[in-house]
Design a protein around this ligand. Structure first.
Ligand code: LLP
Length: 437
């Protein structure tokens, strides 16, 4: 794989750090997410190092990977956490994160979630609308406290990424336009339960250049100056997440150093402190999804009208779109490699569609991939699935969610048990008063 990480081959076999991936798959079963401790920590350190001159608050975005062990290791490294719900706040606290290192975004914060976050004394709410600001103000006053707030601005900047993960354009549901934000800042004295400490933007995900971020800073600068003239000393600028990673060989996302070099000068000119909310950059290529080949099935090759399909084979694996939805949802590309390389290189390359068992045509994990001959029982690793893999998984088609494993050096540990059949019905209730016995 392409950007530094700790999955590599030892005599043809895939290893995560010092541990054979096949050994983990044999021991835990498949599908299983396998993560490298070292990769996660190194990505975090790289980003922190690139910005060390201004000592930013780096809040890992829990939505990318919410496993408690991973949150805890990042918190121990000095990360804060970026949350979007009461559930993520709960996890953040369980992972040992101080409230003072938690930032909370979401267009739909419920009253109970606001109260809990106020009780936890979080660093700030990233506020996405005028009515939300009013609700937080009222809740804070009732609790005799003051909520620290960053207004999330929609800077109307095109992030040049996938339609579903662009968030900072005019038609997006996220954030507040600058005009409304200015009117809220003007009314700041009318919100005794609020202290406005900064601005927040998140323009999208998987962004490979610094330019959209610079453009966003430029759009925010006048607002910061105007706020200061109005006596509202905005000290913090939260640039959100969005740093892209390498999913395909040709991609060349900016390095943290290049990103820092580009955004530091405008930040210094604005005299603001920086918050970052990286998710994918930290964990994206620190995880792989390991799956087993169930069947190799010939494509529909008899009809002339579908000749392009001739020779194409389907590899049916035991991971599906419920375990990894990115290919189905975004047409996302994930590299697929065999866990053992020997036979694959001997017999030459075939072209395969890698499909899951879920009853949906969209359950295709990878299309038209050149791989060596595959057989039932082979293990495959789907790369770059450490972010938005496990967190977006579901029980669709009655499928228990996969296990998760963390590797550190020569050691590995289960960090999430595979769900059981019992888990599938745990919350269901059969009401005898309606259905009878
Ligand atoms: N901050 C905010 C306010 C966000 O909305 C997000 C992601 C992040 C930070 C972290 O972004 P990152 O650094 O990971 O790009 N499920 C999609 C990505 C959705 C991102 C949602 N927001 C995917 O699988 O590509």
């Amino acid at each position: 794989m392409f950007y530094p990480h700790d999955f590599h081959r030892v005599k043809g076999d895939l290893y995560c750090e010092g541990v054979s991936v096949e050994r983990i798959a044999q021991a835990v079963g498949t599908p299983v997410y396998v993560y490298s401790y070292k990769t996660i920590v190194e990505h975090f350190r790289k980003l922190k190092g690139a910005f060390k001159s201004i000592r930013p608050l780096i809040c890992f975005s829990v939505k990318a990977n919410g496993n408690l062990a991973i949150l805890r290791l990042l918190v121990r490294e000095g990360a804060g956490l970026d949350i979007v719900s009461g559930g993520e706040l709960y996890k953040a606290r369980k992972a040992g994160c101080f409230g003072s290192r938690i930032v909370y975004a979401s267009v739909g914060k419920r009253p109970d979630e606001i109260r809990t976050a106020l009780g936890a004394k979080i660093f700030c709410f990233n506020v996405e609308s005028a009515p939300e600001l009013e609700a937080i103000d009222a809740a804070a006053r009732r609790m005799h406290t003051v909520a620290r707030v960053a207004l999330r601005i929609n800077p109307n900047v095109e992030a040049h990424t996938h339609r579903h993960i662009t968030t900072g354009i005019a038609e997006s549901k996220f954030g507040i336009d600058s005009k409304t934000a200015l009117s809220l800042i003007r009314r700041h004295a009318g919100f005794p339960g609020i202290r406005m400490i900064g601005l927040h933007v998140h323009i999208g995900s998987q962004i490979s250049r610094a330019q959209p971020f610079i453009q966003a800073i430029r759009r925010l600068a006048p607002l910061i100056h105007k706020a200061r003239r109005l006596g509202v000393g905005l000290e913090w600028l939260n640039l959100g997440g969005g740093l892209g990673i390498v999913y395909q060989e040709h991609e060349q996302p900016q390095t943290p150093q290049a990103f820092a070099k580009a955004v530091l000068p405008p930040l210094r000119r604005l005299r603001v402190r920086l918050i970052l909310e990286p998710g994918r950059f930290i964990v994206g290529n620190a995880g792989v999804l390991v799956t087993r080949v169930l069947y190799v099935k010939s494509g529909f090759a008899t009809d002339d009208s579908v000749q392009t399909q001739a020779g194409r084979q389907f590899v049916v694996v035991d991971a599906g779109m419920n375990d990894l939805i990115r290919p189905a949802l975004y047409d996302a590309y994930h590299e697929v490699i065999p866990v053992k390389a020997h036979r694959q290189t001997l017999n030459g390359q075939r072209r395969y569609h890698i499909v899951g068992p879920v009853c949906e045509s969209a359950d295709v994990l990878a299309r038209d991939r050149a791989l060596g001959e595959l057989m039932s029982g082979d293990f495959l690793a789907i790369l770059g699935t450490g972010a938005y893999g496990s967190t977006m998984s579901s029980n669709y088609n009655g499928r228990p969610r996969p296990a998760e494993v963390l590797v550190r050096g020569n050691e590995w540990a289960l960090i999430r048990k595979r769900e059981t059949l019992r888990d599938l019905i745990r919350q269901d209730v059969v009401p005898t008063q309606i259905l009878g016995r």
